[in-house]
Ligand binder design. Structure first.
Ligand SMILES: NC(=O)c1ccc[n+]([C@@H]2O[C@H](COP(=O)([O-])OP(=O)(O)OC[C@H]3O[C@@H](n4cnc5c(N)ncnc54)[C@H](OP(=O)(O)O)[C@@H]3O)[C@@H](O)[C@H]2O)c1
Length: 271
């Protein structure tokens, strides 16, 4: 398992985490298979799990909460507040509900899911700092923020550092490479790649056969390895299957050479 420091937080987090969008969707009931798959991930050392109050109307957080039973100390729990809840009081109330569903006393990374142009970033960040002061959250992150919005979030924080920005990054969506990725690298804000496997539409044709064969990896593994080729980058593939979670976790057990990364990057058209 490879671990990296998450931005300026000093926290060691697995480069490959677990996403949970569409997990827990079965009419309010928890799916034991999903719970067991997440637990398998924790057992093999995947310590980053990402959820959101919005996912499956809270049932994704509840599934993560169930999976954490007896394993809380092994896991770095990331969740998100919805764009409709970014007013000061709403952030505080939403965090309370997430803590309950997750059955934890503290969220490790609390992220703004999407910016809301109706609510000033400064107001949301003030609420985040209050939650951090109270010990309800440990670190503050954002998601789907542009360079300008990320900078504004950083400047709005007076006592804490911005830990991360979670953005779409995959072989089929490389738009972050132009400016957001260099900005995050320079500012030491972690970049967490969501939908890294193009929502399951894995792009065999964009994955060099030479790497698949040399490293005996699947196309998904080569993709995850390449996406996390830079130090400050993490990926959170979603899987409800233990075998895929194991496969994804071992995608960074070896690293390609710089030349192989460059060749793969150079051979891909920017989308
Ligand atoms: N911040 C945001 O706005 C935002 C937006 C979207 C997603 N996210 C986060 O990012 C996470 C991941 O993104 P995503 O769920 O959109 O899509 P994804 O991770 O790119 O793809 C998930 C799909 O890939 C399949 N899969 C996983 N590992 C595989 C493997 N090794 N081989 C073959 N298929 C595999 C999964 O099926 P199985 O379950 O059958 O394995 C699932 O259908 C989400 O769950 C969520 O936590 C955040």
């Amino acid at each position: 398992m490879e671990y990296r420091t998450l931005g300026r937080t000093g926290e060691k987090v697995s480069t490959i985490g677990m996403g949970t969008w569409r997990i827990g969707a079965e009419g309010g009931h928890l799916n034991p298979r999903e719970v067991e798959s997440l637990r398998r991930g924790f057992e093999i050392g995947v310590n980053l799990v990402d959820t959101a109050e919005m996912y499956s109307s809270g049932n994704s957080e509840a599934t993560v909460g169930e999976a954490l039973e007896g394993m809380r100390d092994k896991v770095f729990v990331a969740t998100k507040v919805s764009p409709s809840n970014l007013g000061y009081d709403d952030v505080v109330a939403a965090c309370g509900r997430s803590l309950q569903r997750l059955r934890v006393s503290q969220i490790d990374l609390y992220q703004v899911h999407w910016p809301n142009p109706q609510i000033p970033i400064r107001e949301t960040m003030k609420a985040m700092e209050k939650l951090a002061d109270q010990g309800k959250i440990r670190h503050i992150g954002v998601s789907n923020f542009s360079v300008e919005q990320t900078r504004e979030a950083m400047e709005s924080l007076s006592k804490y550092e911005l830990a991360s920005n979670q953005v779409e990054y995959s072989l089929t969506n490389r738009s972050v490479e132009t400016s957001l990725m260099p900005f995050c690298r320079k500012e030491n804000v972690a970049l967490i790649a969501y939908s890294p496997l193009s929502r399951g539409n894995i792009q065999d044709s964009l994955v060099p056969r030479s790497l698949v064969e040399k490293y005996s990896m699947t196309s998904a593994q080569v993709t995850l390895n390449w996406l996390t080729r830079e130090e400050g980058t993490f990926a959170i593939p979603k899987s409800a299957q233990a075998k895929h979670i194991e496969e994804n976790a071992s995608s960074v057990s070896v690293r390609f050479t710089r030349r192989e990364y460059d060749e793969m990057t150079g051979g891909l058209a920017i989308h």
